[in-house]
Design a protein. Structure first.
Length: 115
C-alpha cells in the first residue's frame, strides 16, 4: 500500500472542490434557463388559460394542477441534487450534520426516500 503525501491529499481536495464549484455553476445555468422558460410559460398561461376555454372550473383547476406539479418536480429534483452535494462535501470534510428536517426532507441529509 502506498502512502499518500499531504501535498497529494491537498491537491485531491482542491480537485474535488473545483469539480463541485463547476457543478454548482452548471446548476446555476440550469436554474437560469428554467427561470426563462418559466417566465415564458407564465406569459402564455396568463394570456391563454381562461375559464372560458374550459368546460368547467374543474377542468381549469386540473390543468393548473398539472402545471403546478411539473414546477414542483423541478424544484424537488434540484433540492435533492443540492442536498446530495452538501452531504458528499460534509463527508469529505469529515463533519457530522444534525439532519435538520423540514417539509418531508431531511435537510442536509437527503430526503426520506431513496432518490
Amino acid at each position: 500500500m502506498t502512502q499518500v503525501t499531504e501535498a497529494e491529499r491537498s491537491e485531491a481536495w482542491l480537485d474535488i472542490l473545483g469539480s463541485t464549484a463547476r457543478m454548482q455553476r452548471q446548476i446555476a445555468d440550469i436554474l437560469e434557463a428554467k427561470a426563462y422558460e418559466t417566465e415564458k410559460a407564465r406569459a402564455w398561461i396568463c394570456g391563454h388559460l381562461h375559464e372560458s376555454r374550459y368546460g368547467t372550473g374543474e377542468d381549469l383547476c386540473k390543468q393548473s394542477m398539472e402545471l403546478h406539479d411539473s414546477v414542483v418536480e423541478v424544484i424537488e429534483g434540484i433540492t435533492r441534487m443540492e442536498l446530495g452535494l452538501y452531504k458528499n462535501l460534509n463527508t469529505l470534510l469529515g463533519q457530522q450534520d444534525g439532519g435538520v428536517s423540514a417539509g418531508g426532507f431531511d435537510f442536509f441529509g437527503g430526503s426520506g426516500e431513496d432518490a
